[in-house]
Design a protein around this ligand. Structure first.
Ligand SMILES: [Zn+2]
Ligand SMILES: [Zn+2]
Length: 285
């Protein structure tokens, strides 16, 4: 059985994110390690990190994951923005290590007016530079599949594979597959045949051994729309059948699967995070 996680706000503390996720029945949690929409970041206190680790131990949660800031664009052809992104992503890895979180998931970024080829290479070069600048840091980086909107990288498995191939520190890299993003990017996996074909293609390009985690989100937008709008499990264009195949796939039985579905409560005042988890568990064989 895979284990289910949920993206949680840290506004009430790193430890509160863990306790709240556990109270809803989740096995793991994804967090931002700071303010995802600001370049500056408050340092993480020793106490906050200790309380976070205590919360994980007390609730029996494993595989916490940090999601990087949305501002970061390691692919940016703009020198100033690229340098800022390198500094901030370095800090993401340092902060994760302070918290005791083994992995950081990141969006590969956007090429803007540059070629995708050059941008993919720039991401790989940035990883090498960052890893080498903090040799004592062991944080793993998970490159996330994206909806491939505009000049965004990561909308095809080939692009993800190209980043990994160009990186000198491949042992530090894995992949997080976001169901909403790959669907919006044009990968259909709603039938057994298309599901098998998609993962066969993933295996041929990236390699299934790199697939370290999933983001489980249904999609408000249609197949190949390149629109990134997460929907509740089974309520969007992907539908329950595809999620049933995924969460019962023995190849992914030991993989963490994090929900990033909308947080707003239902009209009846029920928490969607609880309902989505219930929907998923009902699909387990
Ligand atoms: Zn995601
Ligand atoms: Zn998304």
């Amino acid at each position: 059985m895979p284990y289910f996680g949920v993206h949680q706000s840290i506004s009430a503390g790193f430890d509160a994110a863990v306790y709240d996720a556990a109270a809803m029945g989740y096995d793991c949690v994804q967090i931002f390690s700071g303010n995802s929409n600001r370049w500056d970041n408050k340092p993480i206190s020793e106490t906050a990190a200790r309380k976070f680790q205590e919360a994980l131990a007390k609730t029996g949660q494993y595989d916490p994951l940090v999601h990087d800031s949305y501002l970061i664009n390691l692919a940016s052809p703009d020198e100033a923005l690229h340098e800022k992104s390198v500094a901030r992503f370095t800090d993401e890895l340092v902060r994760a290590q302070i918290l005791g979180v083994p992995r950081v998931v990141m969006h590969p970024g956007a090429a803007k007016d540059d070629s995708k080829e050059a941008a993919l290479d720039r991401v790989a070069r940035s990883f090498d530079r960052i890893f080498e600048s903090i040799p004592e840091n062991t944080t793993q980086v998970l490159v996330e599949t994206t909806a491939g909107q505009g000049s965004y990288l990561g909308g095809t498995f080939e692009e993800i594979a190209a980043i990994i191939a160009a990186c000198d520190h491949k042992d530090r890299l894995g992949v997080c597959l976001d169901t909403c993003h790959v669907f919006a990017a044009g990968y259909d996996f709603r039938t057994k045949a298309s599901y098998d074909a998609m993962f066969e293609q993933f295996d041929r390009t990236v390699g299934l051994d790199r697939l370290a985690a999933f983001h489980l989100n249904d999609s408000m937008k249609k197949l190949e729309s390149h629109g990134d709008r997460h929907d509740h499990i089974g309520k969007g264009e992907i539908g329950l059948d595809a999620f049933a195949m995924l969460i019962n796939d023995p190849r992914f039985a030991q993989k963490p699967m994090y929900l990033e579905t909308p947080k707003k409560e239902t009209e009846e005042g029920e928490a969607w995070d609880v309902l989505n988890l219930k929907a998923l568990k009902a699909l387990l064989n």
